[in-house]
Design a protein around this ligand. Structure first.
Ligand SMILES: *[C@@H]1O[C@H](CO)[C@@H](O)[C@H](O)[C@H]1NC(C)=O
Ligand SMILES: *[C@@H]1O[C@H](CO)[C@@H](O)[C@H](O)[C@H]1NC(C)=O
Ligand SMILES: *[C@@H]1O[C@H](CO)[C@@H](O)[C@H](O)[C@H]1NC(C)=O
Ligand SMILES: *[C@@H]1O[C@H](CO)[C@@H](O)[C@H](O)[C@H]1NC(C)=O
Ligand SMILES: *[C@@H]1O[C@H](CO)[C@@H](O)[C@H](O)[C@H]1NC(C)=O
Ligand SMILES: [Zn+2]
Length: 502
């Protein structure tokens, strides 16, 4: 699940000319139905799902996340890390055991990764609670820099906003008008050694510099409240010595989506499901989204016991946490013909939050591609049939379904909750603790094996199996695809707003 903060324009970076390995469309002259396997059946597929097997995979994934320790000092599966490479190897090699049944492909694209290992900002003798921006470069040599604080005129978007004595100084810049990246670049060009952008309304400020520039300097965000006293002093002509330090990396890395598609079934009518293979840099990401990835992997190992009427295409996206990079890239590379073969896309992100709710994306046909609502109802019917409660959550572009529904493909999915707070009413519905996050370890180091509720995970994995089996068997009554543009108005999601980069 994307965090609100990092849901930025980074998706555009995925388009940075890719070292692309084109997806090989599977070779299929005639539908392959020579196999002796019985036709897929939802109940039978579900019966293969056991919490023990999921737990075993989660433990394996945690070990893989530990491959990230050397570089990141803690377990992580962030793109570009050995933990993520290990995850891809694990997914790919497990799928390869079924290479008679699936066509398996890699889709590699470029992405920018960044990580901040440490930072400090001091004005005068006060340590500031300032947030280093995402994708900020380090201070030179990852060593501290010292210089006077200099107030920049206007919003620091124009070279003339920077006083002559900016050279060798730390620039203090008001938020607004142009992007954080543009401010950092302008400060760097004017000779600043670091930049601090302060908020133009109450509250703290964190953001991203987006795509790297050689002129970027180490850049922080600061709240308006914290900046005001210093602005007053600077306006009164006071000299404020300052100290800035950021230890970070920013680099371009190739990363990979893995796609497995059944050789059997109608290749022109596919049911597609995906989870994301990456985590944030802060932790191992076992619930987010180890659970979705492993749910699909576990099902992928049982599906080959059956034949399918419609093709099943499974995806493990990379770079979800950096801005839905992998899924955006994948959809951007589909020809109109290939796009039309995907009858629906189902997103599985965070299946086992410890303080879980059974959440169903509130996808509606009036707003989303026709069929999204039928999928939503498949999920809610399942929970109802099992005597369980569920809640609807906004279908607002926060995970990998976004590119699909924007390109005319019906979509939906389930989740169990991220940093939202569980209400008392939800405790009556699901148990757990009121007033706490659904996942108290969301995007943190503690998102490890113990952060997964196996009751929720097993039940949801059975539901995922049900969704795959249902559409693998038949699309009867499911709306036909009509076009590759979303015919319905998609509201602007809060995750693509300008707030995060300006
Ligand atoms: C696809 O990627 C996986 C994971 O990185 C790798 O192990 C495998 O060798 C790759 N396969 C091909 C055909 O490139
Ligand atoms: C930099 O120059 C501005 C005027 O352009 C002045 O107000 C400010 O005090 C100077 N700052 C330092 C640290 O010299
Ligand atoms: C569903 O929620 C209601 C309260 O809204 C509660 O009484 C009931 O026990 C819940 N069902 C389950 C299976 O938890
Ligand atoms: C998972 O949730 C169930 C039911 O809500 C609860 O009984 C169980 O203790 C939880 N398991 C863990 C490992 O937290
Ligand atoms: C949606 O699909 C249903 C069932 O196929 C069909 O009856 C309906 O006309 C479709 N609606 C739109 C807006 O295309
Ligand atoms: Zn996620």
């Amino acid at each position: 699940m994307k965090s609100l903060l990092s849901l930025v324009l980074l998706s555009s970076l995925a388009a940075v000319s890719a070292v692309q390995q084109p997806l090989q469309p599977p070779n299929h002259e005639a539908p392959i139905r020579t196999s002796p396997q019985p036709l897929v059946d939802s109940e039978k597929l579900q019966a293969h799902i056991h919490a023990d097997n999921l737990l075993k995979r989660a433990k394996e994934l945690y070990k893989i996340a530990q491959l990230g320790v050397e570089e990141y000092h803690h377990p992580t599966r962030v793109i570009g890390s050995n933990g993520h490479r290990g995850t891809l190897d694990y997914l790919y090699s497990t799928l390869s055991e079924y290479s008679d049944y699936y066509d398996i492909s890699n889709q590699t694209f470029d992405a920018i990764v960044g990580n901040v290992f440490g930072s400090r900002l001091i004005f005068g003798s006060s340590q500031m609670s300032a947030a280093p921006m995402s994708l900020t470069p380090p201070t030179p040599g990852k060593e501290p820099v010292y210089g006077p604080l200099v107030l920049v005129d206007n919003e620091g978007c124009d070279p003339s906003d920077y006083p002559k004595n900016t050279t060798g100084s730390v620039s203090l810049i008001r938020r607004g008008i142009c992007s954080f990246g543009a401010k950092s670049e302008a400060a760097g060009r004017a000779g600043a050694i670091a930049a601090v952008v302060y908020n133009n309304y109450p509250g703290s400020l964190s953001g991203t510099l987006e795509s790297p520039s050689k002129y970027h300097v180490a850049t922080f965000g600061l709240s308006n409240e914290d900046a005001q006293p210093y602005i007053k002093d600077l306006q009164a002509g006071k000299i404020i010595p300052s100290y800035a330090w950021i230890d970070s990396i920013v680099r371009k890395t190739g990363t990979t989506n893995i796609i497995a598609q059944t050789k059997g079934g109608d290749q022109d009518n596919c049911v597609m499901a995906g989870g994301h293979s990456d985590s944030v840099s802060e932790g191992p990401g076992i619930n987010d989204d180890g659970t979705g990835s492993l749910t699909l992997l576990e099902i992928a190992t049982h599906l080959p016991k059956y034949s399918v009427e419609n093709c099943v295409r499974l995806a493990w996206w990379a770079g979800e946490e950096e801005g839905l990079l992998g899924s955006d890239y994948y959809v951007s590379q589909l020809s109109p013909e290939e796009n039309m073969k995907i009858r629906l896309f189902m997103d599985y992100d965070m299946m086992a939050s410890p303080n879980y709710a059974y959440q169903v994306y509130d996808a509606r046909n009036e707003r989303n591609p026709n069929g999204s609502q039928e999928l939503r109802d498949l999920y809610t019917d399942f929970y109802t049939a099992h005597g369980l409660n569920y809640t609807y959550i906004p279908f607002d572009g926060r995970s990998d379904y976004d590119a699909f529904i924007k390109h005319g493909i019906p979509g939906g999915g389930i989740a169990t909750g991220a940093e939202g707070i569980k209400t008392r009413a939800e405790v009556a519905m699901f148990g757990g603790t009121a007033g706490q996050w659904y996942d108290p370890c969301y995007h943190q180091l503690c998102d490890d094996v113990s952060n997964c509720n196996l009751t929720a995970w097993e039940l949801n994995t059975k539901l995922v199996a049900h969704s795959i089996a249902t559409y693998a068997l038949s699309f009867d009554g499911f709306p036909k695809r009509t076009g590759i543009k979303s015919d319905s108005a998609v509201e602007d999601s809060p995750y693509h707003g300008p707030d995060l980069f300006m």
